[in-house]
Design a protein around this ligand. Structure first.
Ligand code: ADP
Ligand code: MG
Ligand code: MG
Length: 314
């Protein structure tokens, strides 16, 4: 019996899940995210799939750590991004490759395979505005939020709410406070909408949910106060420390219901907590968690492996 992992065989998180799957009696087939970039053969013949020449249709449970997504090839030179001369052709190839892999994932799901997470959630696209909508409609607390590309609307929101942060729709940048420097450049948002939110005070929590089970709930401690804990060099250097927290029952229920509504069987949920306020920020579909697992012994990899192996056994 074997499971599949979409992710690198050298990725520590993938290795941890593979190790737990082995303890449950399952081998792991690694489907490397850069397989197609490297020209490794992946063929579909009349509905049967062959990876590197070998049939793989027996695999019915998958952990999706990373799948290919389209990218524009560029490199950094003197602090500037320079596009490759053949960037358009290369970009179109990355798009074709990503489409092929997502179609494969959809086909696996359609055949009844277990995917942690489902193809739409595993895609590089993360939909924070939708998640906020889901959380709000469940009755969970979310920050007052304006998502907009309209400088006038943003100025009005700032005048009313005052303590405002901003962050990109999809992520990939550190959250910052909306103050003079950014206010002076507000016209820039016409290029692409941005999330503006009332700043929620308190500690940063990270909840790891697998299926219905909350496998880990911790507060993230960094020595200095940062708006976004990832700005702390301690965090990026792996030196963050974690404290277990007990979640009130309604907060646990919001985690489960929000993940379900977003199509996530595995989620890393971010909450700001102070006193009675549990303010939800987002749900991550392929969260990094190994640091918490190693430091506090929370069995996150095991929970993922169990779910995938059970799915594979049918
Ligand atoms: P992502 O992690 O995908 O970049 P988040 O919404 O989790 O996006 O924001 C990153 C971090 O920034 C959060 O973990 C939190 O520390 C901080 N942050 C984001 N939004 C707020 C907010 N409204 N109030 C206070 N802090 C926030
Ligand atoms: Mg986050
Ligand atoms: Mg995120």
């Amino acid at each position: 019996m074997r499971i599949g992992i979409f992710g690198g065989a050298s990725d520590v998180q993938c290795k941890a899940v593979a190790r737990e799957a082995a303890a449950l009696g399952a081998d792991t087939l690694f489907l490397e995210p850069d397989a197609l970039d490297r020209g490794l053969p992946l063929s579909m013949l009349d509905g049967r799939t062959f990876y590197r020449g070998e049939p793989v249709d027996d695999v019915r449970g998958f952990y999706l750590r990373a799948i290919p997504s389209p990218y524009v090839p560029a490199l950094e030179r003197d602090d500037e991004l320079v596009l490759y001369e053949d960037w358009f052709t290369t970009f179109m190839h990355t798009r074709e490759r990503a489409s092929y892999v997502v179609a494969w994932l959809l086909q696996l799901a359609h055949r009844g395979a277990t995917l942690v997470n489902a193809p739409h959630a595993a895609s590089v696209m993360q939909y924070k505005p939708f998640q906020l909508h889901v959380l709000r409609s469940l009755g969970a607390q979310v920050p007052r939020t304006l998502i907009s590309n309209d400088p006038a609307a943003i100025r009005a929101f700032h005048a009313e709410v005052k303590d405002v942060i901003f962050k990109p729709i999809m992520g990939g940048a550190i959250t910052r406070v909306l103050e003079d420097e950014a206010l002076a450049r507000l016209e820039d948002v016409t290029a692409s909408p941005v999330i503006f939110q009332e700043r929620a005070p308190g500690e940063d929590l990270r909840i790891m949910l697998v299926g219905e089970e909350i496998v880990s709930a911790v507060a993230i401690d960094t020595p200095e106060q940062h708006l976004d804990f990832r700005a702390d060099p301690i965090y990026s250097g792996g030196g963050a420390s974690y404290r277990e927290v007990a979640l009130p029952e309604p907060v646990q229920r919001f985690c489960r219901e929000a993940a379900r509504a977003c199509g996530l069987t595995f989620a890393g949920i971010d909450i700001k907590h102070q006193g009675d306020a549990w303010v939800f920020l987002e749900l991550n579909s392929s969260p990094i968690y190994l640091d918490v697992e190693l430091k506090l012994g929370h069995p996150i990899s095991r929970a993922i492996a169990r779910r995938v192996v059970e799915g594979a056994r049918g």
